[in-house]
Design a protein around this ligand. Structure first.
Ligand SMILES: [Fe+2]
Length: 232
């Protein structure tokens, strides 16, 4: 039995038996999910894969799964957002989602630390919260003093965007354009987040454990900066 403290200071009890023993990947079950929810949940799967691949640590199995998960999302998410009845692409997205969940045993990062309080404080859908802060978070990491291994990881992901004709000059702008094409309307203020909530969200994000495996260390001030940049 493992007892964790959440960012809300509540006690969370985790036990391996709480994990599912089977996962039913049946694309028909998601057929009627509306386009925006399809996009948001798919972006959550993408974020799991991306943050897992960027998490420090030696875990080649998780890295391989994460990269293939990213490729599956880039290829199939636009198809299912455009046509929800495309069961072949929905099946591929279910695989990508389960691969993201397998990969993030390696770790997540600052995007999920921000998404968690955006949902608990502002009631944002989890996938949408990831989408709204991902480009500015990636931009911040991309613009920092990365070592050669970290730069290689950025280039590796950008190469998957390039394979599918989705690459811009930077990974952050590639993600932003990809999300826009899926119908994501950027700007936290457009989704009910108030300027005066930024400090509280930044403080809660810093207490969230996910950023401990971010590619670079971040502070409460980093979170405030990203939230301000993602606000409009
Ligand atoms: Fe997530």
């Amino acid at each position: 039995m493992i007892i964790l403290r959440s960012s809300q200071e509540k006690t969370i009890i985790f036990h391996p038996k709480l994990l599912p023993t089977i996962a039913a990947l049946e694309p028909k079950l998601t057929k009627d999910l509306p386009p925006l929810l399809t996009a948001a949940t798919g972006i959550d799967a993408f974020t799991h894969c991306l943050e897992a691949f960027f998490a420090p640590g030696f875990h080649p199995l998780a890295d391989g799964i994460a990269l293939e998960g990213i490729r599956l999302v880039l290829k199939n998410l636009p198809l299912v957002v455009k046509d929800g009845s495309n069961l072949e692409a929905r099946g591929q997205m279910m695989l990508a989602a389960s691969m993201g969940a397998a990969a993030f045993q390696k770790g997540l990062g600052m995007i999920h630390s921000l998404a968690h309080p955006l949902s608990s404080v502002c009631n944002l859908h989890h996938g949408l919260a990831n989408a709204l802060v991902l480009p500015k978070s990636i931009d911040l990491i991309e613009g920092s003093n990365l070592n050669s291994e970290q730069k290689k990881r950025f280039n590796r992901v950008l190469s998957i965007f390039a394979e599918l004709d989705l690459a811009q000059e930077k990974l952050s702008t590639s993600c932003e354009l990809f999300f826009k094409k899926l119908g994501i309307k950027f700007g936290l203020k457009n989704h009910g987040v108030k300027k005066e909530q930024i400090s509280l969200i930044a403080a809660k994000a810093f207490k969230d454990p996910c950023h401990q495996s971010n590619m670079i260390p971040v502070s409460e001030e980093t979170f405030r900066l990203v939230l301000e940049r993602a606000f409009t």
